[in-house]
Design a protein around this ligand. Structure first.
Ligand SMILES: [Fe+2]
Length: 189
């Protein structure tokens, strides 16, 4: 039986980027771990990020500004499993029900699978691939600045390696590869 996941972070999409950052810094006492013109990652504890804020003015500049609530708001909520085994057992269980992730991506510090609920809300299921200090260091590195999205992987391949006895370290290792395109289903590309 797999262990239950715990809450990790929430990601918002906004056209009030500076105001949103300031609000979460003010209300939660959060600090910016990584910030660039398109994305900001903030935390208030030892989690690598508790909030991420995506700037639609940069990521989707051509969308009409007066489209009402539109794409503004929640992008996804993330939950962390204790082990890659838990994540992959969950992947296998859901796949048997016809539920598959729309984006399997390794973010460099988390091995992640993004799903959509029946309403289209995005849920990230993840496992950490390093400890929190290493995650902070990575998010502040040039490597992260040059690829803040991550590298896509094949969950079937990973499941097979898990079933063949690959270790946690092997399963959570950051794959080499070029930056993953952000799929349209993710809402910010
Ligand atoms: Fe996330």
């Amino acid at each position: 039986m797999t262990s239950s996941p715990t809450f990790s972070h929430v990601v918002f999409m906004t056209r009030r980027f500076e105001e949103m950052k300031a609000w979460y810094m003010n209300v939660f006492g959060a600090e910016i771990v990584h910030g660039d013109p398109a994305l900001a990652f903030l935390t208030y504890d030892d989690e690598s990020h508790r909030f991420a804020i995506a700037n639609l003015d940069i990521l989707k500049p051509d969308a009409p500004a007066d489209s009402g609530h539109g794409e503004i708001g929640l992008n996804h909520i993330a939950y962390t499993y204790p082990t890659a085994a838990d994540l992959l057992e969950t992947y296998a269980r859901l796949k048997e029900q016809g539920l598959t992730p729309y984006w399997p991506v390794h973010h460099g510090f988390t091995l992640s699978m993004y799903y959509q609920d029946p309403d289209g809300n995005r849920i990230e299921l993840q496992v950490e691939s390093c400890n929190s200090q290493e995650a902070f260091d990575y998010m502040r590195s040039d490597a992260f600045a040059s690829n803040p999205v991550g590298v896509e992987y094949d969950p079937e391949d990973l499941l097979e390696r898990y079933r063949n006895g690959a270790s946690e370290a092997e399963l959570t290792a950051f794959p080499k590869g070029s930056p993953s395109p952000i799929p349209e289903a993710h809402g910010i590309a």
